[in-house]
Design a protein. Structure first.
Length: 94
């Protein structure tokens, strides 16, 4: 972040250049899947926080599992969309 900018400046600027339906656009899935492994620890923290607050952690647990499924394609933005989706299908059936 540039000195002198408020902490929200970068996220707002980033959000403005992203398309509004990034997760519903199939061509973005390989990029999302390639970085998914890095979000697993944060989602596990969310699970712990929800449990501590006596709130249901189910959605956060499921999200952490999905992100972990994509760990085998870590940093592989070149994978075809079909492969990324197949990773989820294969893991779901095991």
């Amino acid at each position: 972040m540039k000195p002198g900018l408020p902490p929200t400046a970068f996220p707002l600027a980033e959000a403005e250049i992203m398309i509004s339906a990034i997760l519903s656009a199939p061509e973005y899935l390989p990029s999302v899947a390639a970085r998914a492994w890095s979000w697993v620890p944060e989602m596990e923290e969310v699970v712990d926080t929800l449990r501590t607050a006596d709130l249901p952690p189910d959605m956060a647990e499921a999200t952490a599992r999905v992100l972990a499924f994509w760990g085998q394609g870590r940093d592989r933005c070149d994978l075809p969309v079909e492969h990324v989706l197949a990773q989820l299908r294969l893991r779901r059936s095991t």
